[in-house]
Design a protein around this ligand. Structure first.
Ligand code: UD1
Ligand code: MG
Length: 493
């Protein structure tokens, strides 16, 4: 059954997060914000409308939602007067001229990121089957402190929800808690909200009171107990945020391993929800895969990799690397100690080796940049080898320029390619050259000053040093060797 609306409550400040810059619901967790997770779970119900109630730091929350899910409608709750007030504000915005919404209205909270679409679906299904006015999602938790308690009668039927602060000792002993997630009959929800008062310890309009109000009016009230209490953990401080991250990460790793990925050390491997992978991929310890990173079949990543929005081709090997918005071709080699910045595209079997940084660089199939180099704003043709310690000099202090190196080139070590410059197919360059003019195909580019040796300089200018002594000893040995060779020659019959 498709709900008419899903309402996500996200107007609260989240005081216990103690943040000067972020409202609670914008704290990140495995690649989405807390409210982003709530919206994604709500979306799985394919509701006609998805509404988020915003309040505290609403500009930030609204701007974020417009980007994360442009189909979301935001409704402003001016004063955070309680969850009941928040839902009423949403209903008033949704209903046409005071006419309440028909059908099922689901209410969730922006601070319950572990709630899955499947759990929401189970709630809505039970709500419809039992013909309830309201169905609350509950769970038995090890520590119920702070949560609203589910009060059941002798017959086991739910009678009311009592907030922790308003509960008696006897009620506080109950471990079944309110998740803050409900399915309502839209019309009865509006009726119930009209009767909610503020005579409680917090002086707020509690959404939870609607349940008791509807029950007393003779309507059916039901509850669905979540299979896994962790689904409904609410995030109120950063300790709970870290706990939720661990739980969500474990779920993501479980799914990856069950799909055929080897995760060598789940304790130090972190995934975002958007990460994709194929079978026989291996993830080594201390590796974080963020955003829309994808790991191809049989690829090996890690140890010690932090990759964001990066595609890794089948069979590629990536060790000790940091990458963002890069594409690593099939069978390519990266690292150890490589930094691939946005716009890096490595072809099949290409290499970005040790202490290599790349940015906006397209490296052809089988081309290699093995050691100690910076490749910025460049195109390197297939099968080319770039000598160690080369720098693509792309920046003139104001503008960036591009270097193009052809296919099957062999550039010498310690080259500076002063862009814009082009090296033709099959060309070579000499070690130590500063290549500031184009090199034609098949040519050898050299810009190297003549070497001059000043004989005896060290013994004259640095007498008595270890260097001078070593030089003198080497010369004496060479002299002896020459004499011996002469002697041997003269005794030869
Ligand atoms: C609420 C429930 C409690 C439940 C718990 C589950 C009520 C009265 N209490 O308590 O029974 O066990 O969630 O996590 O509903 N919000 C608004 N506007 C407001 C107040 C809150 O939008 O005026 C939003 C918050 O941003 C948050 C959600 O509603 O996303 C819950 O508010 P919070 O203050 O965290 O309620 P709890 O005390 O946790
Ligand atoms: Mg809460």
């Amino acid at each position: 059954m498709t709900p008419t609306a899903v309402i996500v409550l996200a107007a609260g400040e989240g005081t216990r997060m103690k943040s000067a810059v972020l409202p609670k619901v914008l704290h990140p967790l495995c690649g989405r914000t807390l409210v982003g997770h709530a919206v994604a779970a709500g979306r799985e119900l394919t509701p006609e409308q998805l509404v988020v109630v915003v309040g505290h730091m609403r500009e930030k929350v609204t701007a974020h939602l417009a980007e994360a899910d442009p189909g979301v409608r935001t409704v402003v709750q001016e004063r955070q007067n309680g969850t009941g007030n928040a839902v009423r504000v949403a209903l008033e915005a949704l209903g046409v001229e005071g006419v309440a919404l028909d059908g099922t209205v689901v209410v969730t909270t922006g601070d319950t990121p572990l709630l899955t679409g499947a759990t929401l679906q189970a709630l809505v299904a039970a709500h419809g089957q039992d013909g309830n006015a309201v169905t609350v999602l509950t769970a038995e938790v090890p520590d119920a402190t702070g949560y609203g308690r589910i009060i059941r009668g002798a017959d086991g039927a739910v009678q009311a929800i009592v907030e922790h602060k308003d509960a008696s000792d006897e009620q506080r002993a109950v471990r079944e808690i309110n998740s803050g997630v409900f399915a309502f009959d839209g019309k009865l929800l509006a009726q119930g909200l009209a009767e909610v008062r503020t005579d409680n310890s917090q002086g707020e309009e509690y959404l939870t009171d609607v349940l008791g109000i509807l029950r007393e009016a003779g309507h059916r009230v039901g509850a669905v107990v979540a299979d896994d209490y962790r689904d409904i953990l609410g995030i109120n401080d950063r300790v709970q945020l870290a706990e939720a991250r661990r739980i969500m990460n474990d779920r993501l790793l479980d799914a990856a391993m069950r799909a055929g990925v080897t995760v060598v050390d789940p304790a130090t491997t972190w995934l975002d929800v958007q990460v994709t992978y194929e079978r026989d991929a291996v993830i080594h310890p201390n590796t974080q895969l963020h955003g829309a990173t994808s790991v191809g079949e049989g690829a090996e990543v890690g140890p010690n990799c932090t990759l964001r929005d990066t595609g890794i081709g089948a069979g590629a090997v990536v060790i000790n690397a940091t990458a963002e918005r890069a594409v690593i071709g099939a069978g390519a080699n990266v690292g150890p100690y490589a930094y691939l910045r946005p716009g890096t595209v490595l072809g099949a079997k290409a290499k970005a080796g040790t202490y290599v940084e790349m940015k906006n660089a397209v490296v052809g199939d089988g081309a290699k940049v093995p050691h100690l180099s910076y490749v910025g704003d460049a195109t390197i043709g297939e099968g080319t080898n770039i000598g160690a310690a080369s720098v693509f000099v792309n920046y003139d202090g104001v503008n960036k320029h591009r270097t193009t190196i052809g296919a099957h080139c062999r550039t010498g070590s310690d080259n500076m390619f002063v862009a814009p410059v082009t090296v033709g197919d099959g060309a070579y360059t000499a070690a130590g050259s500063v290549i500031y003019q184009d090199v034609p195909a098949g040519a050898l580019g050299v810009t190297r000053p003549q070497q001059r040796n000043i004989e005896g300089w060290v013994e004259r200018k640095r007498p008595g040093t270890a260097s001078a002594q070593a030089a003198a000893a080497a010369k004496a040995a060479a002299q002896d060797g020459a004499e011996e060779a002469e002697g041997a020659a003269s005794t030869t019959p």
